[in-house]
Design a protein around this ligand. Structure first.
Ligand code: FAD
Length: 176
């Protein structure tokens, strides 16, 4: 398991910006954004640079000013008025990234311990189905079929998960 840092900046929109989009993803400009409260926009990088791998996973409650400026410049390629947005701070979190960028959902260690970890930046959207499958595993003590590829031993067995339809396409690995 390793950690890849993901930065998030808060920008106060200029008052003439108008209604902000509910969400935007820009794979070319490498940013996403969404409204944060009434007046602000939250923005971060789409594609977290594997070079930001860190052995530590502490939460950082501030961002370097240069990172905030970089995010603002990227965002303003799509929303030019955002060039005048006022920085309102930011933070960085850690993506917990496994070697194949898929989670580990398994029964490990002491009797009765089940884990769902290593979501590699996809934990929110996967959680309803993972929760259902894990509850079934705990209640029946029988591993549901969809959890077989997510077993912890797959790394030693060199049976990494491979997506049928990787996204985005191409050879270069996108993390997370
Ligand atoms: C910047 C960023 C953007 C993301 N964007 C998305 C997204 O768009 N879509 C998506 O699907 N996923 C996204 N993710 C990933 C998602 O946030 C995680 O996969 C998800 O939150 C993992 O949930 P979790 O419950 O497994 O762990 P966590 O949310 O990390 O919860 C673990 C909890 O355990 C607590 N804890 C830790 N150690 C102890 C201890 N010893 N005792 C007691 N409590 C402890 C922690 O404080 C924390 O509250 C993003 C992550 C980051 C960092």
């Amino acid at each position: 398991m390793r950690y890849v840092r993901g930065e998030v900046a808060i920008l106060r929109r200029p008052i003439d910006f108008g209604a902000p989009p509910r969400i935007h993803f820009d794979f070319y400009g490498n940013t996403y954004s969404r409204p944060e409260g009434e007046k602000d926009t939250l923005t971060g990088y789409m594609n977290t640079d594997p070079g930001k791998t860190t052995p530590r996973h502490e939460f950082a409650e501030s961002l370097p000013a240069a990172t905030v400026r970089d995010l603002r410049t990227r965002l303003s390629k799509r929303f030019p008025r955002m060039m005048d947005a006022q920085p309102r701070g930011g933070w960085s979190g850690a993506y917990d990234v496994t070697p194949d960028s898929y989670p580990i959902v398994d029964r490990i260690g002491p009797d009765g311990l089940f884990v769902a970890v290593g979501f590699s930046g996809h934990g929110f959207k996967l959680c309803p189905e993972i929760g259902r499958l894990l509850a079934e595993y705990v209640a029946t003590e029988k591993r549901p079929e969809p959890l077989v590829p997510l077993r912890a031993s797959r790394f030693e067995e060199k049976q990494l998960v491979r997506a049928d339809a990787p996204f985005p396409g191409g050879r270069r690995r996108r993390i997370p």
